[in-house]
Design a protein around this ligand. Structure first.
Ligand code: NAD
Ligand code: WQD
Length: 342
């Protein structure tokens, strides 16, 4: 079985590639390296003792995408991670996001339609729910108006796939709505590589702990939650990686009930920002320098998944604790600094 992984050198994609190689899939990665580096391939090789095929390709280049599929007719499944993901940047430059997240999906689907049969996994996000009215959030919770062009690309991306699946029964697709992915492979050889100042909580915590940032700002302590800080469902990236392998098997073994399905991928447990900080301190024995500041625009109060559909229908469940995820994030952070210094 040959699987195309777009954006396979990025944070989530690289961990999925490791899981696929470990399950003996043949993997071909395409990535334009806009938010990753070629060194990730070496990390994957060290972990798995083999490398995926790699092609540097920009999926915004429609002709290059078409040419890729002419040369690779034997692809059994596609996992599509390639996208831009910085919420604030998407507000500043919406067209960059619509081009990179929507055009690339359309070009990919146009090629998949030419195949007699195709399987697609799409990276969606809990951002489609906005502030849900009911917690935990089930897949049938309404999709709320997007807070950002980035969020909109995930909503529209799902709609595009649903529309194509309605008329093309040769395409089977699964959208996985990730909650908050954190952590890294236990080797610490691959992980999240935020460019510039991290926007996400866990890389900000680890960079503060290692001395790269002076202080973590906690955005708001006046939310109606257990301790006033906002609540999220933080999922270990290795659990998330495993969810892709389970979803892929569902596609390949024709276990689908309809040809486009959607699953929440989270742990089912919400943790507040302060709980994450305390768990990090417990995991590392360090004291984190933090202060409470104003709420961040666009943040929701609380979001955590009802995972029953993924548990009962897909047969997947998260295994790792928040503490284990934070330990792995810390190991990756320490390795990243050691690699920089050597
Ligand atoms: P990432 O930026 O680490 O990885 C994306 C990869 O895609 C990068 O290696 C980048 O170089 C590549 N890429 C981007 N545009 C490309 C293009 N035009 N052609 C080829 N390659 C291209 O991001 P990630 O955190 O691994 O996220 C993967 C997917 O999951 C994205 O679609 C993202 O929107 C989605 N997602 C991420 C999160 C999260 O918190 N990380 C949460 C929900 C959903
Ligand atoms: C988590 C919590 C912050 C940084 C984002 C995207 C979403 C999805 C996942 C892709 C919040 C607080 C953060 C900091 C803080 N990505 N925080 N200080 O906002 O839930 O979701 O990533 O689809 O679309 O919006 O994740 O990690 O940014 O924040 O207090 O320096 O940590 O306010 O409550 P978020 P996050």
């Amino acid at each position: 079985m040959k699987i195309l992984v777009t954006g396979g050198l990025g944070f989530i994609g690289s961990h999925v590639v490791v899981e696929l190689l470990n399950k003996s899939y043949d993997v071909i990665v395409v990535d334009n390296l806009s938010n990753s580096t070629i060194d990730v391939l070496e990390g994957i090789r060290t972990i798995c003792n083999k490398k995926p095929e790699f092609e540097k390709l920009d999926l915004r280049d429609k002709l290059a995408v078409s040419d890729f599929f002419v040369r690779n007719q034997d692809i059994n499944g596609v996992i599509h991670f390639a996208a831009s993901k910085a919420v604030g940047e998407s507000v500043e430059n919406p067209l960059l996001y619509y081009e990179n997240n929507i055009n690339t999906l359309v070009y990919l689907l146009q090629e998949l339609q030419k195949l007699p049969k195709s399987n697609l996994i799409f990276s969606s996000s809990c951002t489609v729910y906005g502030q849900a009215d009911v917690l935990p959030i089930t897949e049938s919770a309404p999709v709320k108006p997007a807070e950002s062009p980035y969020g909109n690309t995930k909503q529209v991306g799902e709609e595009i796939i649903a529309d194509v699946c309605k008329v093309d029964y040769s395409l089977n697709a699964i959208a996985l709505r990730y909650f908050n992915p954190i952590g890294s492979h236990h080797s610490g050889l691959i992980g999240e590589l935020p460019l510039g100042t991290p926007q996400n909580l866990v890389p900000y915590i680890t960079q503060t702990a290692i001395g790269q940032r002076e202080q973590l700002s906690i955005f708001g302590d006046d939310y109606p939650t257990i301790d006033g800080t906002a609540v999220r469902d933080y999922i270990h990236v290795m659990d998330l990686a495993n969810a892709h392998v389970v979803a892929l098997e569902r596609l390949i073994k024709h276990k689908m009930v309809v040809n486009f399905e959607t699953f929440n991928i989270g742990t089912g447990t919400g943790s507040s920002v302060l709980e994450v900080v305390k768990t990090f301190e417990k995991a590392t024995g360090l004291e984190l320098n933090y202060k409470i500041v104003q709420r961040r625009d666009g943040d929701v109060t609380a979001a955590y998944a009802d995972t029953s559909r993924a548990n009962n229908i897909m047969g997947w469940k998260s295994k790792f604790t928040l503490q284990e995820a934070l330990e792995s994030a810390w190991k990756w952070q320490q390795n990243a600094i050691a690699a920089k210094e050597s």
